[in-house]
Design a protein around this ligand. Structure first.
Ligand SMILES: Cc1cc2nc3c(=O)[nH]c(=O)nc-3n(C[C@H](O)[C@H](O)[C@H](O)COP(=O)(O)OP(=O)(O)OC[C@H]3O[C@@H](n4cnc5c(N)ncnc54)[C@H](O)[C@@H]3O)c2cc1C
Length: 481
């Protein structure tokens, strides 16, 4: 059933060079980069806090894609700056920078505040509780070529419009690209609701494994075995029990066999995943232990999953309290306020990345490189492996088809095969920084992002501290001057 919305005049709330929609780590990086490049920048966020999955989703682990096997940094720029500043605030371990550390575990509440600080320093205007609903399109737009001029937003005082020379969509699910009519792809992804338990004795859990190192799960993506887990905890103060490790943990699997715990309940599965992330000095731990297979982004399905997952977290926490060493006195101190969507909707872009690029035995180069990440292969027996070389992340990954003046910069909605190849937070910030810089340059030069001088973008990114390759590579790209 349809009804027709009456035509009406809409108040223009603001007029800027760059409008960024969605203030997760991608959007915050994009807004900072745009403002640092000189653009008048506005960042709108539908919730009341910044950081998206990383904060409201309680996903307190910035995956360590920062360095290659030799420990050389291959992600710099805003992503590294964020981690460095978290370390300075005591919100992450100062010993995280090793290829052996699977992720930089962070205090996600402090990340919220750090992002406010960094955006303020950059001169970005931030509006919260503002939902960007669809792009404002130029009247000259055709179905084949839509030209964006800003976005309509919903606020507490009704619908308004923000006009912008360039729009960066960092909503995670590419809401604005989708509403603009850009060709999209659907990825059957998963979502999880994280929770934080307090009064946890992580040392007791470590001691449990110390006495039975052979029971520590091996063959996971991250953490090769007990020895690595131990070094991370004892020497670096990082408690990292790999997500999925519970499936290979005798204690949990025995409880399932004995009918004391269920792996699957209703629409949720993988309750035995048991990803655990904590920091020494804190008595809390983030638990990553439920999955919902995303069937749709429609409100009834999303709401059922989001609300149901909150009940499921208590089911898992009750089991932890009864059976997991160190959890006897623990309680849920925080439920994520947002269901964390891994992948769902992605754009069709001017470029794509495939798993072949990611696992290539040789470096992968794109002429329109805007960032790098370590190439990697999973070795089932020995765990996560990082190659000595990198693959390039191409600019075209953020340029949607058939829509102009729009860049889509969340790793979640990037056109990769399979989806989600660059959804890690460090990659998200690389994309965000590049999109924000590109949008600012496009606004200043009055060109559409598709036609932006790629060398100018690359040079600006390098000047602003991003890593686009070693000296030889920069020379080959002629951006080393
Ligand atoms: C369960 C889970 C576990 C993960 N584990 C890890 C991990 O261990 N390590 C790692 O590095 N990465 C991990 N990831 C991936 C990573 O956390 C995310 O891909 C990344 O944080 C996404 O950041 P983003 O800014 O692109 O999107 P989001 O964090 O989704 O941010 C989007 C923001 O936009 C806002 N928004 C959405 N729609 C609108 C709109 N229409 N208007 C205005 N605002 C809007 C949202 O409220 C949100 O703040 C995980 C993800 C999930 C879901």
């Amino acid at each position: 059933m349809y009804i027709r919305e009456p035509e009406r005049e809409i108040i223009v709330l603001d007029q800027v060079d760059v409008l960024v929609a969605g203030a997760g780590v991608s959007g915050c990086a994009a807004a900072m980069a745009a403002a640092r490049t000189g653009a008048r920048t506005l960042l709108v966020e539908r919730a009341g806090a910044l950081g998206g999955v990383a904060t409201m989703g309680l996903m307190a682990n910035i995956g360590n894609l920062f360095m290659d096997q030799q420990g050389r940094f291959v992600i710099e720029g805003i992503a590294r700056e964020v981690v460095q500043r978290l370390v300075m605030r005591g919100a992450a371990s100062d010993k995280w920078a090793s290829p052996e550390v699977p992720g930089c575990v962070i205090d996600s509440e402090q990340l919220r505040v750090l992002l406010i600080e960094m955006l303020r320093e950059a001169g970005v205007t931030v509006l919260t509780h503002v939902l960007a609903t669809r792009p404002v399109l130029a009247e000259t737009s055709t179905p084949q070529q839509r030209v964006v001029q800003g976005a309509f937003v919903e606020t507490k005082v009704g619908r308004q419009a923000i006009l912008a020379k360039q729009l960066v969509d960092t909503t995670g699910e590419a809401d604005l690209a989708s509403q603009a009519g850009a060709p999209m792809q659907w990825a059957t992804g998963t979502a999880s609701l994280e929770f934080k338990m307090a009064r946890v004795d992580l040392e007791a859990l470590y001691q449990h494994f110390r006495q039975r190192p052979e029971t520590f799960p091996v063959g996971m993506d991250h953490v090769k075995g007990f020895a690595e887990f131990e070094r991370n905890w004892v020497e670096r103060g990082i408690f990292f029990f790999p997500h999925g490790g519970g499936r290979k943990w005798d204690l949990i699997q025995r409880a399932i066999e004995q009918g004391e715990f269920e792996r699957d309940r209703g629409i949720f599965h993988g309750l035995d995943a048991a990803g655990l992330y904590g920091l020494k000095g804190q008595d809390s731990v983030i638990v990553n232990a439920n999955f919902w297979d995303i069937t749709s982004l429609k409100a009834p399905e999303l709401s059922a999953a989001e609300l149901g997952a909150q009940e499921i977290c208590y089911y898992v926490a009750d089991f932890f309290r009864r059976q997991i060493p160190g959890f006897a006195r623990a309680y849920i101190v925080q439920l994520a306020s947002d269901l964390g969507v891994r992948t769902s909707r992605a754009i069709e872009g001017a470029a794509t990345l495939t798993s072949g690029h990611l696992t290539s035995p040789h470096p992968v180069y794109f002429d329109d490189v805007i960032g790098c990440a370590p190439a990697r292969t999973r070795f089932v027996e020995s765990g996560h492996f990082v190659h000595a070389h990198t693959f390039d992340i191409p600019y075209g990954l953020m340029v949607p088809k058939e829509v102009e003046n729009l860049l889509v910069a969340s790793g979640k909605s990037a056109p990769t095969e399979p989806h989600g190849l660059v959804r890690g937070m460090s990659n998200c910030m690389v994309l965000g920084q590049a999109a924000g810089t590109a949008a600012a340059l496009a606004a200043a030069q009055d060109v559409i992002p598709r036609k932006l001088d790629i060398r100018l973008l690359q040079r600006t990114l390098v000047e602003q501290g991003a890593f686009l390759g070693n000296a030889e590579r920069l020379q080959a790209l002629k951006i080393d001057a």
